[in-house]
Structures are given as structure tokens and as C-alpha cells.
Design a protein around this ligand. Structure first.
Ligand SMILES: [Zn+2]
Length: 287
């Protein structure tokens, strides 16, 4: 990969270089970065890399590169939500899916870039997008940009190569403590314990970080059940693995993800906690 003429710092260069496999990049990439501009520059760079026809890719000077840099290359698409909408519609995802099967115009490959994918892709849109990721058309690349990849469905994450630009902020003590309360509530046999623990979500500012920590704790449970290492809490991980099946834990992780998205969409927090409590318990009692 050629970085001359591009203003990426060494850490970003290294992260991007890791995506390169003999001149090709993976067909589905998630760029996780808190800085939207950096994420977009990285996506543009990868798109340019994909369409460039020079030996030293991306050269920045060939016609493909020039069009890519002006965001006018016919084979590089930027998906934006339709007017007035903050999220992609299912119809949009379907039309992208159709379009992806049409051969490229000028380059050897096509690239679709989704900015703010963690905010703009609803759970339904993600599920419809999943089909596209399962059977990707040849020479088509999808690049999803997001602030927090954990906000995307596990099923999407597992089909993408995730590249993290810049270290993410650590989870605060407070959020971890709140998340531990919630997971203990999930493990408790009394519904009241869980409902009480979920009350912490009424602080909307901290809710996103707390739910993110809940997901990591649940993942710890998944890690223990497959003999992997835990990230946050080994004891809770063991308790989760002892109590629930892998399938149940995965369902809980997805449930937590979808509720994080719901909070961003301004759902009534009391309704959400009641619903969330019911859903965690419904999954807990599954056989
Ligand atoms: Zn070029």
C-alpha cells in the first residue's frame, strides 16, 4: 500500500496495511473510529486502493484515483439515508443489493461505503444486509464506518473484518459497576433484581457505555464457555457460562445491542427497561 501523499499517521497506516492481502482487501470491512473524518478518509483511501490500476496502489494520480478522490467514481458508492430519515430504509438496502450484482463500470471492483453504520443501520436493515454479506457478489467491497462496532449485530460483526483506528476510550468504573449489576440481575432468579438494576439506564448519557459494558460481560460468558479468555470479569463470565447455553448468551448480546440502538432512537426509557427485563428473562427460561 502506498501512503505517499496521504496524511495518515503511522498507527492508521499500520492498521490499514493489515487489511492488504496480495493487493486485495476483504469484501466486508468495519472501520471503527471515534473520529468520523479519519474514518471517512480511511474508507476513501481503501476505495481508491481498490479501483487504482497502477502498480503502486493507490497512486493518487491515475484516472480511477482522481475520480475516487473527487467522490465521483461510478464504482464507489456512498450510501446516505433518504431525505429526512436518519436511518437506511429496507428498500435502500435491497436496491444496494441489486446494484451490487451489476458489474463495475470503469474499475475491476465496486465499493459501497456506509458512514455512521452503527446509527444508520437499524436491526431490520442489518438483518436484510446480512444476506448480502453471506453471499457477497464477486469483486464487491462493503466498508462500514462506525464509532462503536459493538453496536452492530454479532452476526454482522462475525462476517466483517474489523479495523480499529485509535485506541477506544476505556469503560469507566461507574459504567462497569452498573453493567455488573445488570448482569447479576440477569443471573438472579428474582425479576425485581433485574428491573432494579436496569434503572441505571435512565441516565441516557451513561446508558450507551453501560450497555456496551453489559455486552462485553456477556461476551466474557461466551468466552468462558468456549475456553477463551475474559476481558472484564472472569467470575461473572464463569457464572454466565454455567447458567446459560452459548445460544442463550448470543441472544442476550444481540438483545443488548438492539436496545442500545433503541435508546439512540429516543425510545421511552421506562418502556425500554420493562421490555428489556422481560426479554432477558424470556431468553433465560428457554430450553
Ligand atoms: Zn491510481
Amino acid at each position: 500500500m502506498n501512503f505517499n501523499g496521504f496524511s495518515f499517521d503511522t498507527a492508521v497506516q499500520n492498521a490499514l496495511s493489515e487489511l492488504d492481502n496480495n493487493g486485495r482487501i476483504p469484501h466486508a470491512i468495519i472501520i471503527e473510529c471515534e473520529n468520523k473524518d479519519t474514518a471517512l478518509s480511511a474508507a476513501k483511501y481503501l476505495a481508491m486502493y481498490t479501483v487504482c490500476t497502477s502498480r503502486e496502489k493507490p497512486c493518487g494520480t491515475c484516472l480511477n484515483c482522481q475520480k475516487a478522490s473527487l467522490m465521483s467514481h461510478p464504482d464507489i458508492s456512498y450510501a446516505y439515508p433518504e431525505k429526512k430519515s436518519k436511518t437506511y430504509s429496507i428498500e435502500q438496502i435491497r436496491s444496494i443489493a441489486k446494484d451490487a450484482y451489476i458489474l463495475p463500470n470503469e474499475a475491476n471492483a465496486k465499493v459501497y461505503i456506509f458512514e455512521e453504520a452503527d446509527n444508520r443501520l437499524s436491526v431490520i436493515a442489518q438483518n436484510s444486509f446480512l444476506k448480502l454479506l453471506e453471499e457477497p457478489p464477486q469483486n464487491v467491497h462493503f466498508i462500514l464506518l462506525c464509532e462503536n462496532a459493538q453496536n452492530l449485530l454479532v452476526t454482522i460483526l462475525s462476517r466483517c473484518t474489523v479495523v480499529r483506528l485509535k485506541q477506544k476510550a476505556k469503560i469507566s468504573e461507574k459504567s462497569l459497576e452498573n453493567a455488573q449489576k445488570i448482569v447479576n440481575g440477569i443471573l438472579s432468579s428474582r425479576e425485581y433484581d433485574l428491573l432494579l438494576a436496569l434503572n441505571v439506564l435512565s441516565d441516557k448519557q451513561g446508558a450507551d457505555e453501560t450497555l456496551s459494558a453489559v455486552r462485553t460481560l456477556l461476551r466474557d460468558g461466551l468466552a468462558v464457555s468456549v475456553g477463551g479468555s475474559t476481558l472484564l470479569d472472569g467470575t461473572l463470565g464463569k457464572n454466565l457460562a454455567a447458567r446459560f447455553t452459548k445460544g442463550q448468551i448470543i441472544q442476550m448480546i444481540e438483545l443488548t445491542q438492539s436496545s442500545a440502538i433503541k435508546i439512540k432512537q429516543n425510545i421511552n426509557i421506562n418502556l425500554l427497561t420493562t421490555w428489556l427485563c422481560g426479554e432477558y428473562r424470556r431468553i433465560s427460561w428457554q430450553r
